[in-house]
Write a protein that binds this ligand. Structure first.
Ligand SMILES: [Zn+2]
Ligand SMILES: [Zn+2]
Length: 271
């Protein structure tokens, strides 16, 4: 697969934890040999750098600033740059690929959507939803929330994770037959090590972000880029935090997993 893309990254313009500008990221990935990058800044529910009290059009304008900075540089140096975002619910996060800035401007209610509604509307817009780093454990994450009903696939490996988080994700992906992507979750290209970068390779050159979303929905033409040895840890390893299935239709909402944590989950949504 000849084309290489970063699928998960943050800029200092739009993510509170971002360090690099869009242009700095673009130059780094161009030098590293990537065909393109997808900017996925932290959206309204997450660690967004934009003031949430701004009128919606202004919020969207500023939210897109990191992407636009990267795009401008990408056009100068020959790197394809695409727009997406990462939405947070209760520690469970989703990469949203497909819709553009104009769509955001005309959908201000996006910030109130449940996970189920998000999936439905993103599909209507020709997009796709990937649950990001589903098994991440950090001190600010209390438990693992899995959402097979509310995504089109999962991020099976993420440079910001511990490797054993990704091993759990691989087991989960196999059990559910998920389509998988990988991403670096790159916040700082000045410190990023090319050997640890993730992302995806594709058969076809990505024309626009809807094209990328369509490949995810059609489960074809995309292979995760994962450094060798990443999945070498013990495949029987259990997640390090308590795991719940999210079911928004159930009054309990979080359904605790049983001993055989992988096999008792709810059915996936019909793709
Ligand atoms: Zn971040
Ligand atoms: Zn992220």
């Amino acid at each position: 697969m000849p084309y290489r893309y970063e699928t998960h990254m943050h800029t200092c313009f739009s993510s509170a934890c971002g360090v690099s500008t869009g242009a700095e990221h673009a130059r780094f990935y161009k030098d590293t040999g990537y065909t393109g990058i997808i900017i996925t800044d932290h959206f309204y529910g997450g660690n967004c750098a934009v003031d949430r009290s701004l009128p919606w059009p202004e919020f969207v304008d500023r939210f897109c600033a990191g992407y636009e900075d990267a795009l401008c540089e990408g056009q100068k140096i020959g790197l394809d740059v695409f727009f997406a975002w990462e939405q947070n619910y209760e520690g469970d996060e989703y990469l949203i690929y497909g819709p553009d800035k104009a769509w955001l401007l005309s959908h201000p209610d996006v910030i109130h959507w449940s996970r189920a509604r998000q999936l439905e509307e993103i599909h209507k817009a020709g997009g796709a939803v990937i649950q990001a780093h589903p098994f991440r454990n950090r001190d600010y994450i209390k438990h693992i929330l899995l959402a097979p009903k509310y995504c089109d696939g999962i991020e099976v490996a993420n440079t910001g994770n511990f490797a054993y988080n990704d091993v759990c994700a691989l087991r989960y992906a196999r059990e559910y037959g998920f389509f998988t992507t990988a991403g670096s979750d790159n916040h700082n290209s000045a410190k990023a090590e090319p050997a640890r970068l993730m992302g995806v390779e594709t058969d076809e050159r990505i024309r626009d972000i809807k094209h990328f979303a369509r490949l995810i929905r059609e489960k074809r033409g995309i292979a995760p880029i994962v450094p060798a040895g990443r999945f070498d840890a013990d495949l029987s390893a259990a997640p390090s935090l308590e795991v719940f299935w999210i079911d928004e239709a159930d009054p309990q909402r979080y359904i605790p997993t049983r001993r055989d944590w992988l096999r008792d989950g709810p059915a996936r949504h019909a793709v």
